[in-house]
Design a protein around this ligand. Structure first.
Ligand code: ZN
Ligand code: ZN
Length: 318
C-alpha cells in the first residue's frame, strides 16, 4: 500500500556539520530513484481562473517518493497539500500515515495547507516537520500561532496526530535511503533550501530565492555548491526583468536569475517554480522558452505544473 510504512523513526538521523551532498549518496542494491509529483506550484497566494488552470493555482507542495519502503517526503505545505492528502487518504488505513515535511519557511504560501491535510486528522498519524530555526522563538510556537482562533477555528494542538518539529538551517538528514542536505537561502526571513540525493537521483528545491538586489546575475559560491550537478533544480522564477526591477527586495528571482543559477551549477534540468499569481498559462509558456534560450541546449527547462510527475535517477540515454 502506497503510503503505509512499518519503518521506525530510527531511520532518521541528522548532522549539523554540513557535508558534501555529492558524496552523500546511498548504499545497497535497491533502485535509486526519486519520483516527484507537483501538487502546488504558485507563489504568494493561490489563484484560480481559466487563464491559470493549465499550470494550476495552488501554492507550493511537492511530493517526493524514494524507493519502496521509504516514507514520503513533502516539500512545503502550501494549499496543494490538501489535494495530496485527499489522494493519500484513499491509500492509507487508519493511523498509518508517516512522513516528513521539509518546509522552506513560514510564509503563508508554504504552510497554509497544514490544517487541511486530511491524514493529520487520523489518530497515530506521524509527521516529522523540518524547518528553519526561528530567532527568538521556535518552529512549533510559530506554526501554532496561526493555527488557532481567531485565525483558524481550532488550535493546532487539537489535531490527534503526532507532529515532531525539527529546527535546522544547515546539515544533513538521513531519511530512509535518501540523504537530505539543508542550507540557508537568501529570502525574506529564515529560509531553507533542500537537496535530496539518492544514488543517481538528485533534486534541489529552492522555491523562494532573493536575486542580488542590484539585478546582477552573480550566483554565490554557496548556492553553486549546493546545486552543483543536480539532476533536477526546482527554482524560484517569479518575475521577468521588468517585474524584478520594481520588486528588487521582495525576496524572489527573475527567470534570468533562475537560468543563471542552473547554468552556474551545471544542473541537468531546471524546473521553473513559484509562479506569480498574476501570470497566466501563456505567460509561463513564454518564460520556459526564454529560460531555455538563456541556459542553452545542455539544460532542459520546464515549468512546474499541478499534476506534473518527474523521475530523477534514470540515467540519460545520451
Ligand atoms: Zn513563497
Ligand atoms: Zn517566501
Amino acid at each position: 500500500m502506497l503510503f503505509h510504512s512499518a519503518r521506525s523513526w530510527s531511520t532518521f538521523a541528522t548532522t549539523t556539520s554540513g557535508g558534501n551532498p555529492l558524496e552523500a549518496t546511498n548504499r545497497g542494491t535497491i533502485p535509486k530513484m526519486l519520483d516527484l509529483t507537483f501538487y502546488g506550484v504558485r507563489g504568494s497566494t493561490p489563484c484560480s481562473c481559466d487563464a491559470t488552470n493549465g499550470i494550476g493555482g495552488n501554492t507550493s507542495c511537492v511530493l517526493v517518493r524514494g524507493p519502496e519502503g521509504d516514507d514520503p517526503i513533502v516539500l512545503d505545505l502550501g494549499t496543494g497539500l490538501r489535494y495530496l492528502g485527499n489522494e493519500m487518504i484513499g491509500a492509507v488505513g487508519e493511523g498509518e500515515f508517516a512522513g516528513t515535511a521539509l518546509v522552506t519557511h513560514l510564509h503563508w504560501d508554504h504552510v497554509q495547507g497544514i490544517p487541511f491535510f486530511v491524514p493529520l486528522l487520523r489518530p497515530n498519524a506521524r509527521l516529522r516537520l523540518v524547518g528553519p530555526s526561528q530567532p527568538g522563538s521556535d518552529l512549533e510556537t510559530e506554526i501554532a500561532s496561526f493555527i488557532r482562533p481567531p485565525l483558524f477555528p481550532v488550535d493546532l494542538s487539537i489535531l490527534p496526530c503526532d507532529i515532531d518539529f525539527i529546527e535546522m538551517s544547515s546539515g544533513t538528514i538521513e531519511l530512509g535511503t535518501s540523504t537530505v542536505t539543508v542550507a540557508a537561502i537568501e529570502h525574506v526571513g529564515p529560509t531553507n533550501g533542500y537537496r535530496i540525493d539518492n544514488g543517481d537521483a538528485s533534486v534541489v528545491y529552492i522555491p523562494d530565492h532573493q536575486q542580488p538586489v542590484d539585478g546582477t546575475l552573480d550566483v554565490p559560491a554557496s548556492v553553486v555548491d549546493f546545486c552543483r550537478g543536480a539532476d533536477l533544480l526546482i527554482h524560484d522564477a517569479q518575475y521577468d526583468d521588468a517585474e524584478f526591477a520594481v520588486k528588487t527586495t521582495w525576496g524572489h528571482s527573475s527567470i534570468r536569475y533562475a537560468a543563471a543559477v542552473a547554468r552556474a551549477s551545471g544542473v541537468r534540468r531546471l524546473v521553473l517554480f513559484h509562479h506569480d499569481p498574476s501570470h497566466d498559462d501563456a505567460w509561463i509558456a513564454r518564460a520556459v522558452t526564454e529560460a531555455q534560450c538563456l541556459v542553452g541546449p545542455g539544460i532542459e527547462v520546464m515549468a512546474a505544473a499541478e499534476g506534473l510527475k518527474l523521475r530523477s535517477g534514470i540515467p540519460s540515454a545520451a
